[in-house]
Design a protein. Sequence first.
Length: 349
Amino acid sequence: MNDFFLTCATLLENKEDVVMVTITDHGGSSPRKAGSKMLVRRNGAIAGTIGGGIFEAQAIQIAREVFQSGQATIKGFRFSGKDVAGTDMICGGRAEIFVDLLRSCCPKNAQVCRAISGLTRHDQGACLVTRLAGGLEQEEGTNMALLTRDKKSVGMTLAEEVMEAAFGLSHGRFPRQIKMDTGTFLCEPMHNSGTVYIFGAGHVSQKLAHLCTFVDFQTVIIDDREQFANSERFPEARQIIVADTMDNCMETLPVSSDSYLVIVTRGHVYDAAVLAQALRTDAGYIGMIGSKRKRDTIYQHLLRQGISEEDLARVHSPIGIAIASETPEEIAVSIIAELIDVRAGLLDA
């Protein structure tokens, strides 16, 4: 989500108006959940997604109309019969979207998006407040405000009662609406989705990096082999690091509690070296590939080096959700599933 708001901020700062489409409510088999967002540009290009198919196509058409009228709008959808077939859904459902024109001439719009794009794990408790109806949006030029954990805000002016209600909804993962005398507001918890550091640039890493992009992780690849660690093999990685040696490859990495360390190197010796470094960090997740036998061998080696049993209990190994995975693609799916599960727990904590 951070990249989404960075894209929005950049477009606005380059004097380009954009329309932001947000799913504000959903039920049943809707394409995506509340809080999903999409940007629509005047040329029809989009960033982000609210689910694809006919539903997204209709939202893009509404965005074109908002460009013309200059007025934000709320639109409800019910998916049944032929609508369900057109959106690849089985049981039907419903969704409501808020379609808002963000004008580049209002600096507050870019300021809010830029502030959200810079949020880190330590900013958990920040909340994006969007006015859906009522209020003085025409006077302010923006319907958005970012409320931080210290109760400071960027963007539109928030009444004290709105700020208090929004702050109470700033934890967790899902957006909720509040209705006040001053209007109706959508309150969305904002957080950094985390960075996945993948140690090793082999086939599993290649598939995993691709999946990380789909679920909003930032991805950094680390290997000591330039022929493997390169942008041709990892076009979607935020950063690729060719280390001099894997023995000290974490020295300059900004590993924190919103970091996920995935150890999938080319051999036991390298895995052990990286794991020893990983256990000296406060990473939110540490996972190492390999069988239980391999894991136990490495653990015994580290215990002799002074690593404690308590330290080793932090490690997810064998890595991934148990789904009888065998191919690089299947292993990558099992790993990303575990990362999603751990992230959800960290965000709800």
